[in-house]
Design a protein around this ligand. Structure first.
Ligand code: KG4
Ligand code: ZN
Length: 336
């Protein structure tokens, strides 16, 4: 079974061919980061235009690298939600036209389900059910992965996502966009106990997250230091931010695992590349005897392989889209 996966939800145009669900035959990612960096964040209209220019070349290369032609495919999978609407529409329309021309089934894929599926590529033994913590630029979710295609979201952020918090703190420290990776690097030589930063108390759902208080306190701390003419050690502040986010994520995930009875835990999403979060979750799972899974670093960020992999499982489950498929900027995994 050969499935083509197409991803264009944010600032990466990506395509991949996947064989029998978990074997990646090709993976092509064209990133726009350098262009958006100038503006300190993703400019949606620029993102759409670049997807439009790049998508055909990226898809053609993914077929060439896999040494197959369109006719060899069993289906064409595409991210249709959530994400930047103009960016998603480029991938959706392209996939629709390709499926029509090649007379292949069109398979809709939810972006977050794709991030989760990155773990299947890296861990041949991983099978649902398990608990997954998804942390990306726009989402922080605790998800019960009930089967390959059924999900229950049991916790979500009330305000900013973990990635947003990393990026805004990084920006306030003067790091370029996207700042998460710069905080990760600076934290390597910083003291995580140098700054006492707030841990949120979220009333209501015990599995929900909140990162805006942490973000605001870091921005205020830098602002006050600047007003007083004091300098802040960025390595120490980075290490403190990273360890606080890692602790919040780890504590909630362990609480949810214990309450819901999961002994198998996975991490996914762009923020899963963060070394502090990777080691904190890995240690906490180790202490409790839980099995812990995370994607290789190059599969943490947006890519086509995760969409091709999840698309394969959707295909097996009989999930198809027709010519009326539309993109959606927001759509919970619960609703699919
Ligand atoms: O999943 P993703 O590529 O895009 C979305 O679907 O949102 O996630 C991007 C996010 C950005 O906020 C980026 O700063 C963050 O992932 N990120 C990191 C690291 N690498 C990427 N955050 C912390 N540490 C990292 N090493
Ligand atoms: Zn993503």
């Amino acid at each position: 079974m050969l499935i083509l996966g197409i991803e264009s939800s944010c600032d990466e145009t990506a395509a991949s061919v996947c064989e029998d669900c978990r074997v990646i035959r090709s993976s092509v990612v064209s990133t726009q980061i350098e262009e958006h960096k100038k503006y300190g964040g993703v400019v949606p209209e620029i993102a759409s235009r670049r997807h439009c220019e790049n998508i055909l070349g990226v898809v053609r290369k993914s077929l060439d690298d896999a040494k197959i032609s369109l006719a060899d495919l069993d289906g064409i999978a595409v991210t249709y939600a959530p994400g930047l609407i103009g960016a998603l529409l480029v991938g959706v329309n392209f996939a629709k036209a390709l499926a029509f021309a090649a007379e292949k089934p069109l398979i809709p894929v939810h972006h977050i389900a794709g991030h989760i599926a990155a773990n299947y590529i890296c861990h041949p033994d991983l099978e649902p059910p398990y608990l997954c913590i998804v942390a990306s630029g726009a989402h922080s979710h605790l998800i019960e992965v009930l089967s390959y295609t059924k999900f229950r979201v049991i916790g979500r952020t009330r305000d900013d996502a973990a990635g947003e918090c990393f990026d805004k703190c990084a920006r306030a420290m003067g790091f370029p966009y996207p700042g998460g990776v710069h905080i990760d690097k600076a934290a390597e030589s910083g003291n995580p106990s140098a700054f006492k930063l707030p841990r949120p108390i979220v009333a209501g759902s015990e599995f929900d997250f909140s990162f805006s208080g942490l973000k605001t306190s870091v921005i205020n701390l830098l602002h006050h230091a600047e007003q007083k003419g004091e300098s802040i050690n960025k390595n120490d502040l980075s290490a403190s931010v990273q360890s606080t986010i890692a602790e919040i994520i780890t504590d909630k995930t362990m609480l949810a695992a214990e309450r819901c009875g999961y002994k198998k835990i996975a991490l996914a999403g762009g923020v899963s590349a963060n070394s502090g979060i990777r080691s904190a979750l890995s240690a906490a799972c180790g202490d409790r005897g839980f099995d812990f899974y995370m994607p290789e670093k190059q599969l943490c960020g947006d890519n086509g392989a995760m969409i091709a992999c999840q698309g394969s499982y959707n295909f097996i489950a009989g999930i198809r889209a027709d010519e009326s498929l539309n993109a959606a900027a927001t759509l919970s995994l619960d609703e699919i």
